[in-house]
Design a protein. Structure first.
Length: 175
């Protein structure tokens, strides 16, 4: 991180303050409030249904509408697809409402080329199936239920993400 190489004649806390400001340019509040909202939402779904509100299980459930493969026609997917579809539509509606009311960046805020997004999406999708869950599923629902499988999955996600970011940055690739 290039901020670590800056020398200061000021107090030592200034360096760490600049690093924190760089990592959280909007401050801490959006992340704290968003985390609370996600935690309350996931808790309500778990209390109401006894099921984890994860997006990868939504994907399996959605495929039960179209696929004839036995895996996607399991009772658990068929029984939960109504509320999971409603949940996914709520996620989209919530993001849309935020965008039209509070966001200053507009709808599309990335300058990353479409092909990079497609490759990244493919790798994330493949990894999600391989690890039997997505980052949010393992990180939010899995850790909250004290799953050791989710703990190892989250540690792996974070470690590989950091190493990949450092590798790509050293290649000089920018978004």
């Amino acid at each position: 991180m290039y901020l670590l190489n800056i020398t200061f004649n000021e107090k030592p806390y200034l360096k760490s303050h600049l690093i924190i400001c760089f990592m959280f340019p909007l401050g801490f509040y959006p992340y704290i409030i968003g985390g609370i909202i996600i935690g309350v939402g996931v808790s309500i779904i778990y209390i109401a249904t006894g099921l984890h509100a994860t997006q990868s299980s939504f994907f399996d459930t959605t495929l039960s509408f179209f696929s004839k493969r036995p895996y996607f026609l399991q009772k658990q997917y068929l029984d939960s697809r109504g509320w999971r579809l409603t949940f996914a539509l709520g996620v989209l509606l919530g993001a849309f409402l935020y965008t039209i009311t509070l966001a200053t960046e507009g709808f599309f805020t990335t300058s990353v080329e479409w092909w990079r997004l497609a490759i990244g999406g493919f790798l994330v999708g493949f990894g999600t199936r391989l690890s039997k869950g997505c980052t949010s599923g393992h990180g939010i629902s899995g850790l909250a239920s004290l799953s050791t499988t989710s703990l190892f999955a989250v540690i792996t996600f974070i470690t590989v993400g950091i190493l990949t970011a450092l590798f790509v940055q050293n290649l000089g690739v920018l978004p």
